[in-house]
Design a binder for this molecule. Structure first.
Ligand SMILES: NC(=O)c1ccc[n+]([C@@H]2O[C@H](COP(=O)([O-])OP(=O)(O)OC[C@H]3O[C@@H](n4cnc5c(N)ncnc54)[C@H](O)[C@@H]3O)[C@@H](O)[C@H]2O)c1
Length: 254
């Protein structure tokens, strides 16, 4: 039997990269997957791949910065499946390492809106349904940039630090009511988000990657495997943790 049988999992950012890998794996483990993203073509691709492999999924296009889109999403999931057991907050935006003086207020606001306020918005709408069942698992995708400087620019680093605080406080406030939230801090993972960085011979990133204990960057499926562990009962005593998956990056910093 699949590890997530009878669970309903909303996965944001599931049209691409890490979110797509999570959606495919969660469906394989028999979750009913809700594929959420801005990108409609990508949503359709993910849903079709899941269905072609015999899994269950619906796609919902939503801008996670928009209250109406989120209300419609949650209503649709409740009317379709009657409950929400798992929320993977995976969608996010990178700022291409822009420093403070290269970050105008519109980029700053966009980073806040997509990377942290969206978590506030969607989790606020999902949490009451979880509390009603006294069960809910939340996995937030933070970043190594949520723990140290240099993994992004000022907007990315600030918002990813905020994702970690958000995760810990959720546990503090709701852990005793059946809600379990953890964060993942990936290092460099090969997805469209960081393709330009990986492909740029002058970025210095590949030099740093070659010096990692793992000697390579990570794959979306590896983050999906960790997400499955954190979303399943196998991690039932893990609350409010920030789990790095970075080929050893954090462990080697002096
Ligand atoms: N790839 C990496 O190296 C890396 C490292 C650390 C953390 N992360 C984090 O992992 C998460 C997934 O990133 P990825 O690498 O798979 O990137 P990606 O660009 O492949 O996927 C991100 C997805 O989020 C969606 N999205 C963005 N804004 C949205 C919005 N307002 N509403 C709905 N959907 C929206 C995009 O359409 C896209 O499909 C992000 O939170 C990112 O910050 C990635």
């Amino acid at each position: 039997m699949g590890k997530l049988k009878n669970k309903v999992a909303i996965i944001t950012g599931a049209a691409s990269g890490i979110g797509k890998a999570q959606a495919l794996l969660f469906a394989k483990e028999e979750a009913k997957v809700v594929v959420v993203d801005l990108n409609l073509d990508g949503i359709q691709d993910t849903v079709s791949e899941i269905k072609a492999k015999g899994g269950q999924a619906i796609g919902v296009q939503a801008n996670l910065t928009n209250d109406d889109d989120i209300s419609n999403l949650v209503e649709k999931v409740i009317s379709e499946y009657g409950e929400i057991s798992i929320l993977l907050n995976t969608a996010g935006l990178f700022d291409q390492y822009k420093s403070l003086l290269n970050t105008d207020e519109s980029l700053w606001n966009k980073m806040l809106d997509v990377n942290i306020t969206s978590l506030y918005k969607i989790t606020s709408k999902v949490l009451p349904h979880m509390l009603e069942k006294k069960f809910g698992v939340i996995v937030n995708i933070a970043s190594g940039a949520g723990l140290i400087a240099g993994g992004g620019g000022i907007g990315y680093t600030s918002t990813k630090h905020a994702v970690i605080g958000f995760t810990k406080q959720l546990n503090f406030d709701y852990g005793t009511q059946g809600i379990r939230a953890n964060a993942i801090a990936p290092g460099l993972i090969e997805t469209p988000m960081v393709k330009a960085v990986i492909d740029d011979p002058n970025s210095g990133v590949m030099d740093a990657v070659s010096k990692l204990p793992a000697g390579r960057y990570g794959q979306p499926g590896e983050v999906a495997d960790l997400s499955l562990f954190l979303a399943s009962d196998d991690s039932r005593y893990i609350y409010g943790a920030v789990v790095p998956i970075d080929g050893g990056l954090l462990s080697t910093l002096r």
